[in-house]
Design a binder for this molecule. Structure first.
Ligand SMILES: [Mg+2]
Length: 257
């Protein structure tokens, strides 16, 4: 194995703390010369912010990269879409695009790429601007498909909910980056520089992390430290995204080396 794409929440971090076994697992991969990227579907954080969060919890990044769906979307747009881009979303998406040299416009009618993402301060005018941009731009991209995301007191609307409003008005569907899209898997593999059949995708969710790896034919491993339990693995509705390996904690990744 040459590369590993590692989910963050529920796999190596719980809140701001490293999960048991996480640090040992990372060390084992590094010692074996495996290249590692961390990948979180959260589009409200830049990769720098995610890297700082990992470091605060004691996860040493070494030469690893930390991607959020914001930074991965920016990378996708820089390589595949035209500038300038208009953003319906939070500052992290704008920052991520600027970091890879994509010009940003506040004038939606001038956008050649329209980007939509969650915006926790969304107003009607933002939906209007998103609609104008999505209607006119050559490229229309959404950071991630999450319609709801976990919050401290249940669930809150995510990028998919904002995208639904803009798409419904514009009568158009975006390219969706973020897990579990094949676009995300290909972009993250390109960044990692390892072939799919020598890369393992590790995460705590079958419908995102495992589906992501399977979309490009990579090896997959579910860590039972987050949302997936041992019982879930026997539920037939999960047949479409059955992992190759089951890890009690991330430390068990050493058994795959
Ligand atoms: Mg997770």
């Amino acid at each position: 194995m040459k590369g590993a794409v590692v989910d963050v929440d529920g796999t190596v971090l719980r809140g701001e703390t490293a999960i048991e076994g996480a640090l040992e697992g990372i060390d084992a991969l590094r010692d074996a010369g495996v290249r590692v990227v961390f990948f979180s579907n959260n589009p409200t954080m830049t990769s720098d912010a995610l890297a700082r969060r990992l470091k605060r919890a004691g996860v040493s990044l070494g030469d690893s990269t930390a991607f959020t769906s914001a930074s991965l979307t920016a990378r996708y747009i820089a390589e595949n879409c035209a500038s300038p881009a208009h953003v319906t979303g939070e500052e992290a998406v704008v920052e991520a695009l600027e970091n890879v040299g994509v010009d940003i416009t506040d004038a939606p009618q001038e956008a050649r790429t329209s980007v939509v993402s969650v915006d926790r301060r969304l107003r009607y005018d933002d939906i209007r601007d998103g609609y104008v941009a999505a209607t006119n731009a050559e490229h229309y991209v959404c950071t991630d498909p999450d319609t709801v995301v976990p919050a401290s007191d249940g669930y809150i609307p995510g990028s998919g909910a904002v995208e639904a409003a803009v798409s419904r008005a514009a009568g158009r569907q975006p390219v969706v980056v973020g897990k579990p899209s094949e676009v995300a898997a290909e972009t993250v593999l390109d960044a990692l520089g390892t072939p799919a059949d020598e890369t393992v995708f590790v995460g705590d969710r079958l419908d995102t992390d495992i589906a992501l790896g399977r979309s490009v034919g990579a090896k997959t491993a579910v860590a039972l430290t987050g949302v997936t339990t041992g019982d879930d693995l026997h539920v037939s509705e999960n047949d479409g995204h059955r992992p190759d390996h089951v890890l009690d904690t991330f430390a068990d990744v050493r058994d795959l080396l």
